[in-house]
Design a protein around this ligand. Structure first.
Ligand code: SF4
Ligand code: SF4
Ligand code: SF4
Ligand code: FES
Length: 569
């Protein structure tokens, strides 16, 4: 089939939309409610085009190609209609541009400038709309919502259905569910797919200003594995830019200490591989699930508590790192843990919830391993406020006793990374031999479910890697039929794992997630040490601090319990 767009003849495939064809051919059509991850909503009506021989205007995101179609993407009529539609959208959206997650990158404002439209062309209709808080993790301000329904679709695609539509004053509006059987898991995927910033993480960065200036306080920032390939976007760098050294420099410029959470990911790997080997020997409880994703943990505890015994008891890397900072490092530095403030820079909104879980606190609740969680976006905001441009700082190195992590600790940021790291270590633990090939390529990639059989000394280990909680539902349904279908399962709540986490820069799509993940694997490839158990830091830690089993238990392990609904309205 062939169609013509703006006098250009283009070969097309059946089932494609005009918008898809236009984008593939670099023809610009403005869109707001279209997202390549989601169902077409066709609600913003900005992507209008004309079709020769047909009256009226058509939404290009929802109109399929037909052989011989002649399409125009620009005309006076189109511009007028787009402008009115955009101004009507602005009448629904209460602007708070300075604090918006799209600040400097707002698609709506960009289109408005192109069309010479007005933000206040029509009176705002949504002055007194409610704000909802979803636990300690995120907030939804319905006065900013333009009713595109992408968030509802996203939450549904996560298999959660916590966001619903309710009829008010002639419109269906987004609300959190009152159903006691539905709860938010704080994955933040709704936020990542909202085109106008109606969702935001619960802000913590202002609270950090005080300890940063307080005499006698030591502020330590740690950054998650994925941050090194995502935060550059906040400073105009290309997708997938690796900025590890810039992060150290940026944190030091704030007057704080900087540690790489990937160092503790190596500890998580060693403990998790140990637990896997023990469970395989005892043959229970299997399969073992990873538990470093708090979105997935909340999902399991709320929706599938019967699988709680399958979660590994090993803590997530930032909690282990926080624990080490306030005990091991504090002792080395002669610091009182009470005067240390640990801030985790995370890709994640669920980690804001994670740090409120009392079962993760130390010394019977007296000591919190992590005091604050900042998302990648929030940390970038803090740096900008202090006029620190990550793109311009001179990269710096980590300092002792927390040196560079192994490649295994870095790939935690992509779906399959935790599994691959643990397999590298488990293989050598079981066989006592060096792995002939370090890469487990069949657990890599952005597909929702990846399955593999891994041969370890003749034992066939059945593994699955899942991203997106709807895919977790599929695997759990399989396990209900055949409890022995798998031995080890990695689950990450967010699309693509943490590189697509709810705290990462916006916008995001498959291509962007791909570039972020690819860069993490490149860091691994270039790393001198690529197995967690070979890390000199890890070896030293086990010799001088983890030679005491109580320390391992206290810093590295936790418990889980069934959860009731936490987010009400
Ligand atoms: S954070 Fe996740 S579970 Fe909660 S409303 Fe958003 S998409 Fe749904
Ligand atoms: S909150 Fe955002 S994604 Fe959800 S309906 Fe409103 S504008 Fe669309
Ligand atoms: S996948 Fe990563 S970013 Fe998303 S909820 Fe889990 S830990 Fe957080
Ligand atoms: S992008 Fe097509 S109607 Fe919104």
């Amino acid at each position: 089939m062939k169609i013509t767009i703006n006098n250009q003849k283009i070969a097309v495939k059946e089932g494609q939309t005009i918008l898809e064809v236009a984008r593939q051919n670099k023809i610009d059509i403005p869109t707001l409610c279209y997202h390549s991850d989601l169902t077409i909503q066709a609600s913003c009506r900005l992507c209008l085009v004309e079709i020769e021989g047909r009256p009226g205007l058509y939404t290009s995101c929802s109109t399929k190609v037909e052989d011989g179609l002649v399409v125009k993407t620009e005309s006076e009529n189109i511009a007028r209609a787009r402008k009115i539609n955009l101004e009507l959208l602005f009448a629904q959206h209460r602007e708070e541009c300075a604090d918006c997650i799209y600040h400097g990158r707002c698609q709506a404002l960009k289109i408005c400038r192109q069309l010479k439209g007005k933000i206040n062309g029509f009176t705002d209709r949504k002055k007194d709309k409610p704000t909802f808080k979803f636990g300690p993790a995120l907030e939804f301000d319905s006065s900013k919502c333009i009713d595109c329904r992408l968030c509802v679709d996203m939450c549904h695609r996560q298999g959660i259905d916590f966001l619903e539509l309710e009829y008010h004053d002639g419109l269906y509006e987004v609300v959190p569910s009152k159903d006691p059987k539905k709860d938010c898991i704080y994955c933040g995927q709704c936020l990542m797919h909202c085109p106008v910033g109606a969702f935001e993480g619960v802000g913590e960065y202002e609270a950090i200003e005080k300890p940063l200036q307080e005499e006698g306080k030591t502020v330590v920032f740690q950054f998650a594995p994925s941050i090194r390939t995502t935060i550059g976007e906040e400073f105009g760098m290309p997708y997938g830019s690796v900025v590890t050294g810039h992060l150290f420099a940026g944190i030091h410029a704030l007057g704080a200490k900087a540690f790489d959470t990937s160092i503790a990911a190596d500890v998580t790997t060693v403990e998790e591989a140990k637990e896997l080997v023990e469970r395989l020997e005892k043959k229970e409880p299997l399969p073992m699930f990873t538990s470093c994703c708090p979105g997935w943990v909340k999902f399991c505890e709320f929706y599938y508590p019967e699988f709680i015994p399958n979660l590994t008891t090993v803590r997530s890397p930032h909690m282990i790192m926080g624990g080490l900072i306030k005990t091991y490092w504090a002792q080395k530095e002669g610091l009182d843990p009470k005067n240390i403030i640990v801030v985790s820079i995370m890709p994640c909104l669920a980690k804001k919830y994670d740090i409120t879980r009392e079962e993760l606190w130390l010394d019977k609740g007296a000591l919190k391993p992590v005091d604050y969680v900042l998302t990648t976006r929030e940390f970038a905001q803090l740096l900008r406020k202090r006029k620190i441009n990550l793109k311009e700082v001179k990269p710096e190195e980590p300092v002792a006793p927390f040196p560079l992590p192994t490649g295994a600790g870095v790939i935690y940021g992509a779906s399959g990374g935790v599994m691959e790291s643990a397999l590298r270590t488990a293989y050598e633990k079981i066989t006592g031999k060096t792995l002939p090939q370090l890469e487990f390529k069949n657990v890599r990639g952005l597909q929702g479910v990846k399955k593999a059989v891994v041969d370890i000394a003749g034992r066939k280990l059945k593994v699955a890697v899942v991203n997106g909680t709807i895919n977790a539902r599929k695997i759990l349904a399989e396990l209900k039929i055949d409890p022995h279908a798998y031995d080890y399962i990695e689950v990450m709540a967010c699309l693509g794992g943490c590189i697509g986490g709810g705290g990462q820069p916006v916008p995001v799509n498959e291509e962007i997630r791909q570039q972020r993940a690819a860069s993490l694997y490149q860091v691994d490839e270039k790393s001198v040490i690529r197995c967690a158990h070979n890390s000199p830091f890890v070896k030293n830690l086990y010799q001088e601090y983890f030679n005491n089993q109580d320390n391992i238990k206290k810093i590295c392990h936790t418990t889980f319990k069934k959860k009731n609904k936490e987010v009400n309205r």
